[in-house]
Design a protein around this ligand. Structure first.
Ligand code: FE
Length: 207
């Protein structure tokens, strides 16, 4: 955590890429011409935050829950195991997957900016990018998690992973009880984005 890469090596801040500038210009023009409501764009971004991105990560988690060999490979070399399922690329070149257990709870952040594993989780939610989360999750993780609705018992070790210039982390959440008979596909549909950041659990279907 303390050996975060120096600012100059970090992928942020950087000037917007040409593609990003063009996208912004087109968005502004479409809104100005009344061809597009700005909330339509927010809606699309939200979809990528909540659905499209995290669905990939959910498949990785469900595979790890049902295939012990895959899980071993995933924890050993996240990038390679994730690419077995066809996911990878920008902001996912060096993936490290950390496993939540009954004794250890992992949570992910980026204290410098908003590094996030795009190929498996999509776009980061706005709270992840907020100064408050970035500062406080490192100093008082138990309190922040409680505020986010996740109680981590005092006897469970908390580990906070600060994304660095290259490494992107993803949490392998605990498989909830009552899912023993479920198929990999059913399991994948239960896995939430927040559980893969470590600010939530995958709820048991019984509840
Ligand atoms: Fe960052």
């Amino acid at each position: 955590m303390s050996d975060h890469a120096p600012e100059k090596d970090h992928h942020h801040p950087q000037p917007l890429s040409e593609a990003a500038l063009r996208a912004k210009a087109i968005e502004a023009l479409l809104v100005e011409k009344g061809l597009l409501a700005s909330d339509a764009i927010d809606k699309i971004v939200e979809t990528y935050e909540k659905d499209v991105g995290p669905l990939n990560g959910a498949q990785v988690v469900a595979r790890a829950w049902t295939d012990p060999d895959y899980k071993n490979r995933l924890l050993k070399d996240g990038t390679a195991a994730i690419s077995e399922l066809g996911f990878g690329g920008i902001q996912g070149e060096h993936m490290v997957v950390v496993e939540n257990t009954a004794r250890v709870h992992n949570v992910v952040c980026c204290t410098l900016c908003s590094c996030y594993p795009w190929p498996v989780l999509g776009l980061p939610p706005s709270w992840y990018k907020s100064l408050e989360y970035r500062a406080r999750i490192v100093r008082e993780p138990r309190v922040v998690l409680r505020e986010l609705g996740l109680e981590v018992p005092a006897d469970v070790e908390l580990r906070v992973w600060d994304s660095s210039a290259e490494i992107r982390y993803m949490v392998l959440p605990e498989r909830p009880a009552g899912t023993e008979e479920m198929t990999e596909r059913q399991l994948a549909s239960m896995v939430t984005r927040d559980s893969m950041i470590g600010v939530g659990r995958v709820p048991s279907p019984a509840r």
